[in-house]
Ligand binder design. Structure first.
Ligand SMILES: [Zn+2]
Ligand SMILES: [Zn+2]
Ligand SMILES: [Zn+2]
Ligand SMILES: [Zn+2]
Ligand SMILES: [Zn+2]
Length: 390
């Protein structure tokens, strides 16, 4: 009903809010309430043949049913003469999308773009909206936080043209009055329950409440309890105990154990952590970097593991060194069961290579690589010993 998405409101800006007591309802004491201003402007601008101030006087007196002195009339005509410039036109746009860049609405130094970026999410998740204000003199913006059905708190105004939250409240009040919704506005203290760090970063801890509820308007302190969910486990945040980074809020439990992938830096829930060499990794990085040994099951870095095609096995260094042997002849790893000791050489070799490349020394009977035996099949030791003896 109020502040619909995409709603645009045009209004004339009042340079000097005319807080002249006219006996109108206290909260809506602005002179331009109840649509009077537009009528006055048309009177002042349009009809030269009448005396405008006289017509305005009559308008006020009939509409608001009050008597106005000539002195007060003079004051009013001066103020409104100053307010007739067409470049004082404002356009308000209500949106639930924060789709501008830092500074586009005079909000360069708003922490919502930096250290409290996450405040924008908290705001939007709770039905909050932005009010963008366009004018020829520059753009402004403020936030609006819903309090029940027809009540909103405006806060954190950033303006390049000295527009104030009160001006926005006044414009909204006028706008909805024309639609038959009677609202008041008032300044209130505004804060988040138990929020020590002021996560929403409410400037001056105050805002302007606009509401159709007289009881609410009589309050001078509004404490909100926004719903927001833990970035890690999805639990509702209890604002009495939470942790946060500039991008995320965590529940009490999760704030203590934040895991970040050692390689890509992604924040991980406890259940998403894959441990590799005592460091946490995300699934993707873990699969890229690690595998497990097919023999002992240990997690092992891929660049430290050995794949043996013949057995279709990935092996850790320990298992490779302890259960497999390198056959230097055919240059492959052989499972220890299938390896044979060549006593003459003090070396191991696979069965195939054993029968292919080794022979017993015809003298001492020890096993040698054939290439180490001479034409008579005698090993180097026997020959040396023979020479010495003979
Ligand atoms: Zn959590
Ligand atoms: Zn990763
Ligand atoms: Zn192993
Ligand atoms: Zn071999
Ligand atoms: Zn020999």
């Amino acid at each position: 009903m109020l502040l619909e998405n995409g709603e645009t409101i045009t209004a004339l800006r009042e340079l000097t809010p005319t807080q002249i007591e006219l006996g109108v309802e206290k909260i809506c004491y602005s002179f331009s309430c109840f649509g009077l201003k537009e009528e006055m402007i048309s009177l002042l601008m349009g009809q030269e043949n009448i005396r405008p101030m006289k017509a305005i006087k009559r308008l006020i007196e009939t509409r608001l049913k009050i008597k106005i002195s000539n002195e007060k009339m003079g004051e009013l005509s001066k103020i409104y003469a100053e307010n007739l410039s067409p470049n004082l036109q404002l356009t308000l746009e209500i949106t639930a999308k924060i789709d501008w860049h830092a500074g586009e609405f005079s909000d360069w130094n708003s922490c919502y773009w930096g250290s409290r970026r996450m405040a924008r999410e908290i705001l939007l998740e709770n039905g909050g909206k932005a009010i963008k204000i366009f004018s020829q003199q520059g753009n402004s913006r403020c936030w609006a936080y819903p309090i029940g059905e027809s009540s909103w708190i405006l806060f954190n105004m950033y303006s390049s043209n000295h527009l104030r939250l009160e001006d926005v409240a006044r414009i909204l009040t006028q706008h909805y009055y024309k639609k038959g919704i009677r609202l008041g506005y008032t300044e209130v203290k505004f804060s988040v329950k138990n929020d020590a760090e002021n996560l929403l970063h409410i400037n001056n801890n105050s805002g302007i409440l606009i509401s159709n509820d007289p009881e609410l308007l009589a309050e001078n302190e509004i404490i909100i309890d926004p719903t927001f969910y833990c970035s890690e486990c999805g639990e509702k945040i209890d604002w009495s105990s939470y942790g946060y980074t500039q991008y995320e809020v965590f529940c009490e439990e999760c704030k203590e154990s934040p895991y970040y992938c050692e390689r890509c830096g992604t924040r991980l829930r406890e259940t998403e952590v894959h441990w590799g060499n005592d460091y946490p990794y995300c699934e993707e990085c873990f699969d890229d970097l690690f595998t497990s040994c097919d023999r002992c099951g240990e997690v092992v870095r891929r660049d430290e593991a050995t794949y043996i095609e013949e057995y279709d096995k990935i092996l850790c260094t320990f298992c490779l060194e302890n259960y497999y042997t390198w056959c230097g002849k055919c240059e492959r790893y052989i499972i220890n069961n299938d390896i044979i000791y060549i006593d003459g050489e003090g070396d191991y070799i696979c069965e195939e290579c054993y029968s292919k490349y080794t022979k017993d020394c015809s003298k001492c009977g020890a096993r040698f690589y054939e290439e180490n035996l001479d034409e008579e099949g005698i090993c180097w030791y026997c020959r040396k010993a023979g020479k010495r003896n003979g």
